[in-house]
Structure formats: structure tokens, C-alpha cells
Design a protein around this ligand. Structure first.
Ligand code: PEP
Ligand code: MN
Length: 288
């Protein structure tokens, strides 16, 4: 049985202070040679086509189901939408909670494709019973109590990288989920804090090939939160596909300017349509 601390192919992911403690890392490529495909409803993540989750940062408008139908027509495979929002200030809009999830479930019903939403605390689990994929946000990436609880359930988890976490720490977080028996984990690069302030976060494109090499888990990239600006989302998304991402998470809003969170980075439907056309073309070109 493999031990990450002694078998990492690069040494890069060798844990400091003997973090692995002699235990096998379930997320590591050495533990499982073949790529894992995480099935989210009818969407296979880690398979050939890049799976695209699209939708608003927060569900803050009426008519999400109709909008979701448009997103699906444009090529989205999964619908995203935030109901519980982790905001820097407690006085900011914190999401519509249960009402938001109800709208998201209607979108699932209307489109027949799966949905993903952020869970902030395990006490919310009953509310997420019909949500296909649970997102752990950057701010909860090392909430080990939450991660352990998600290890006990049978539902895919979209695990974001903490904005101040190394890739080794991200894999450690994945391990908390997998240790409990839930191996349906998708790792998500969403940008990290660096000295650069021209973008909201620095999208670590190198994370994609490193994670693909070191882990068998599928890799998602969220260019929206890394960019923080609408015009940067499309080039960053295409770069992620070119680097080998298995999934993208893209914020799209019917009227970005009126959005109650992350208004500057959400794409319009037309921009999303253009992105989807370019993604599918790029994928095709990469297959040759
Ligand atoms: C989100 O997806 O809306 C979100 C809050 O993302 P992150 O946790 O990456 O900031
Ligand atoms: Mn957001």
C-alpha cells in the first residue's frame, strides 16, 4: 500500500511534519492508478468532455428555472446557484437560504440536469437532500469537522481550494472526506492570494497538471472567482480547459449588474454561449 510521504513522484506533495503519519493517501495517484470519474446525476466528471457547471453566484432573482433552461441549451451540464453565501461582511447579502434551494430544485426539475450548491455547515445537510453535488467553499476548505461529516454521506463533493492553501493542503482536505468512505470528490482550483492585485485572486494554472499527476481525482477550475472581472473569465476558462481541467464552474447571471453578490465577475447569457462554443471547439482541437 502506498504512502504519500515516501512515494510522491515529485516530492512536492510530501507532507511537512510527517503529516501522512505512515498512512496511505486515498486521494493520491499511487493509491489508485486510473482516473476517478465522479458521477453527478447524468454528468460524468473526469470523463472525456469537460463538464460545465453554470449559474448565478447567488440565487437572487425570480425565474431561475427558465434561466437554467437557457443555460442548458447553451451547453451547461450542471446548474450552480448559491443559497447560503459565505460573505466577508456579515452585513452583506447572505443568500436566500431555503428559498434559494427551492428555486434551484425547480431548475433541476425544469432542465433534468444536476445541481450544485454550497453547504456551509453539516446542520444544513437535510436541506440539501435533493441537491446532486455539495460545494465546500474556499473559506471552509479546512473546516475538518464539516469535511469529515461529508465523508459519511454518499454524495459528490466539489471541494474548493482554500485561498491560502497549498495543493498538499487541498489533498489533505480531500482526504478528510475520503477517509470516511466518500470517494466522490472533485478538486477545485479557484485562485489563491498572492502579491498580485490586478486580479481578484491568482488563478494557479499549474495546479491543474500537478493535481492530475499526483491525484486520480477529477479537477475543476473556477475562473470566475479567480478573475473577479467579467472580461477575464473567458480567457482563463479556456486556459483551464487547455491545461486539462475536467470541469469548469462559471458564474452566469441574467443581469450581472443587478446581482447581489459578485456582480463584476458574472457572465451574461450571451457571453456564456460564446464561451461554450469556444470550449467545445478547443476540446475538439485538443483531441487531434
Ligand atoms: C462561490 O462559488 O460563489 C464562492 C463563494 O466561491 P469561493 O468559495 O471559491 O469563494
Ligand atoms: Mn460567487
Amino acid at each position: 500500500m502506498a504512502v504519500l510521504s515516501s512515494k510522491s513522484s515529485t516530492g512536492l506533495l510530501e507532507p511537512a511534519n510527517n503529516q501522512a503519519g505512515g498512512h496511505e493517501f486515498l486521494s493520491h495517484r499511487v493509491s489508485k492508478k486510473n482516473d476517478t470519474i465522479v458521477q453527478v446525476g447524468n454528468s460524468p466528471i473526469g470523463s472525456y468532455d469537460v463538464q460545465v457547471a453554470a449559474g448565478p453566484c447567488s440565487i437572487d432573482f425570480e425565474g431561475l428555472a427558465d434561466f437554467a433552461v437557457e443555460l442548458k441549451k447553451a451547453g451547461a451540464n450542471i446548474i450552480r446557484g448559491g443559497a447560503f453565501k459565505p460573505r466577508t461582511s456579515p452585513y452583506s447579502f447572505l443568500g436566500y437560504g431555503e428559498k434559494g434551494l427551492k428555486d434551484l430544485l425547480e431548475a433541476k426539475e425544469a432542465t433534468g440536469i444536476p445541481i450544485v450548491s454550497e453547504i456551509m455547515d453539516s446542520s444544513q445537510l437535510p436541506l440539501f437532500a435533493d441537491v446532486d453535488m455539495l460545494q465546500v467553499g474556499s473559506r471552509n476548505a479546512q473546516n475538518f469537522t464539516l469535511l469529515s461529516k461529508l465523508g459519511e454521506i454518499d454524495k459528490p463533493v466539489l471541494l474548493k481550494r482554500g485561498m491560502g492553501n497549498t495543493l498538499n493542503e487541498l489533498l489533505g482536505s480531500a482526504e478528510y472526506i475520503m477517509k470516511g468512505g466518500n470517494s466522490s470528490v472533485v478538486l477545485c482550483e479557484r485562485g489563491i492570494r498572492t502579491f498580485e492585485d490586478a486580479t481578484r485572486f491568482t488563478m494557479d494554472i499549474g495546479a491543474v497538471p500537478v493535481l492530475k499527476r499526483e491525484s486520480h481525482l477529477p479537477v475543476c477550475v473556477d475562473p470566475s472567482h479567480a478573475a473577479g472581472q467579467q472580461d477575464l473569465v473567458i480567457p482563463l476558462a479556456l486556459a483551464a480547459v487547455a491545461a486539462g481541467a475536467n470541469m469548469l464552474l462559471i458564474e452566469v447571471h441574467p443581469d450581472p449588474k443587478s446581482a447581489m453578490s459578485d456582480s463584476s465577475q458574472q457572465l451574461t447569457l450571451d457571453q456564456f454561449k460564446s464561451l461554450m462554443r469556444r470550449i467545445r471547439k478547443l476540446e475538439k482541437a485538443m483531441r487531434h
